[in-house]
Design a protein around this ligand. Structure first.
Ligand code: BLA
Length: 505
């Protein structure tokens, strides 16, 4: 039975992808006990690649060498991610990169074929520094994402690299892209939230890079030596076999290999670097570390750019606000001052129109709905009563009557100066009709039906949707400024009241 908590989970969100019971067969996995002695389980072709048909009765040291096994024993569960154990040679001379991490069931050792001669770490570090510098110099977030896509593609050689951002509604959009001429571009395309379900996003915050060298692979099951099979948590394993639904998704997209790197901003999964290749392709152990570091630099720069933008906007809003307060504080009645400067008030918060309703008096500037509509809206907003500052970029959802005038007022920011002596200022923003290009129709095969058969979308053909009834958003800085403006006006108002009182005494 579903609980209240998971009522809003879709069927896609429920697949236990952290414990698929199998790995991708390009590598091998060994599970040992906590002392790194006995081998409890294995996956992949350990029998022939390590020449160990009898792996279940051998020790870890016999399979991967005494040094690597000693390293594995010292791995603690404190640091997230795997620890590098060094290269392990098979009896036939093949070299594998070995890494280990602890799980509840014991120590998980992963062996992956050494891909290429690794770049010396000094070179790698200076390359990472150079990229971080280029990120820092990018003038805008769009430029930053474009440079990042180019840089990841140059490093990894994938046919298509996208910088994919998660939006508020959990859908995602491609903000930057670099691709080979044969690949189809996805720049600015929107993808529905269900393409990357919730548990996957949670996992990617912990496991920062995932590589699927060959989407045509057959999963290699985890086999247990003599104990009962248990559910082995592969959350931190690089070789974890991925969801069959996702593998089908890649095939439907015409992608034979993929890699994705998490972009984390302030501890939140901001997006992914999504890499695709038309033919099988992989990223070696060292290069994966470089990719993680570069994605880290990207996350920090995204944060820095947002902070700079927000700071500039705050400074701009502050000076507007100071101007207005000084205008209102001059001699003459506050009412006169407000009506003389209503256009400054409109522009201060970037409204296309502004209306000030006080008792029965109405004052407007810029593009506003009809006086009757504004009055009705003002009374509705006052009656809500709850918020002194209210902002929406989709007024029609809260106030359906506004459908009749949403071309002028799809968004509203309102400040209530007084509920008892009705006094409200409303800024309006016109409708901004947005055409969203989805990669495939997001409403088809809705996966929110928990009984649905899980299938990924089959088509990525452009599907255009026109979004109506929305305005440009009110930024946090604008909403905050509206709150401060309210406080300032009330202060002026009250001090004038006091002055009046003094004069009368
Ligand atoms: C995972 N889906 C993913 C991942 C991406 C996408 C990037 C992460 C894969 C990884 O890190 O290796 C989707 N890939 C995209 C998108 C773009 C892209 C949007 O390149 C755009 C540029 N998928 C579906 C549906 C379901 C689903 C309907 O379309 C559910 C029924 C599931 N997607 C799904 C699952 C995973 C996934 C379960 C997790 C795969 C895993 O890590 O095991």
């Amino acid at each position: 039975r579903s609980t209240v908590h998971d009522l809003d989970l879709t069927a896609c969100d429920r697949e236990p992808i952290h414990a698929p019971g199998a790995i991708q067969p390009h590598g091998m996995l060994l599970l040992s006990d906590g002392a790194a002695e006995r081998v409890l389980a294995a996956a992949g072709d350990v029998e022939s690649r390590l020449a160990a048909p009898d792996w279940s009765v051998r020790t870890l040291a016999q399979l991967i060498g005494a040094d690597a096994a000693a390293c594995a024993r010292d791995v603690t569960g404190e640091r997230p991610g795997a620890v590098y154990l060094g290269q392990v040679k098979s009896p036939s001379g093949d070299a594998f990169d070995a890494s280990a991490h602890r799980s509840e069931a014991g120590i998980i050792v992963e062996l992956e074929p050494v891909v290429a001669r690794p770049t010396p770490s000094g070179v790698l570090l200076s390359e990472i520094e150079a990229v971080a510098g280029a990120f820092e110099r990018a003038p805008t977030i769009e430029a930053l994402c474009r440079i990042a896509a180019q840089e990841f593609r140059r490093r990894t050689g994938y046919d298509r690299v996208m910088i994919y951002q998660f939006l508020d509604d959990e859908s995602g959009s491609v903000l930057g892209e670099d691709l080979s001429p044969e690949m189809r571009p996805f720049l600015n395309h929107r993808f529905p939230a269900s393409d990357i379900p919730r548990q996957a996003r949670a996992l990617y915050l912990r496991n920062l890079i995932r590589v699927i060298p060959d989407a045509g692979y057959s999963p290699a099951p985890v086999r247990f030596a003599d104990s009962e099979a248990i559910e082995l948590d592969l959350s931190d394993a690089s070789l974890r076999s991925v969801s069959p639904i996702h593998v089908q998704y890649l095939r439907n997209m015409g992608v034979a290999a993929s890699a994705s790197v998490s972009i984390v901003r302030d501890g939140v999964l901001w997006g992914l670097v999504a890499c695709h290749n038309a033919t099988p392709r992989t990223i070696g152990y060292d290069e994966r570390a470089a990719c993680r570091a570069i994605a880290g630099a990207l996350g920090r720069q995204l944060r820095a750019k947002d902070d700079t933008d927000a700071f500039r906007e705050r400074v701009r809003l502050r000076s507007f606000q100071d101007d207005i307060v000084s205008l209102l504080s001059r001699d003459g009645s506050l009412e006169d001052a407000i009506s003389n400067h209503v256009d400054e008030i409109r522009r201060a918060l970037g409204g296309d129109g502004v209306a000030i309703l006080r008792g029965g008096d109405l004052l407007t500037s810029g593009r506003c709905p009809s006086d009757g509509d504004v009055r009705a809206l003002g009374h509705w907003a006052l009656k809500r009563g709850a918020e002194q500052v209210y902002a929406t970029d989709r007024l029609v959802e809260a106030y359906p009557t506004s459908a009749g005038f949403q071309s002028v007022a799809a968004g509203m920011l309102s400040v209530t100066l007084s509920f008892s002596d009705p006094w409200i200022v409303m800024w309006f923003r016109a409708e901004q009709v947005e055409t969203v290009e989805w990669a495939g129709n997001p409403h088809k095969d809705d996966p929110s039906d928990p009984e649905a058969v899980l299938t990924p979308r089959a088509s990525f053909d452009v599907w255009r949707e026109t979004v109506r009834g929305r305005s440009r958003r009110w930024t946090t800085a604008e909403v905050e400024a509206a709150g401060r403006l309210r406080a300032a006006v009330i202060e002026v108002w009250q001090s004038r009241g006091l002055m009046e009182l003094n004069r009368q005494l």
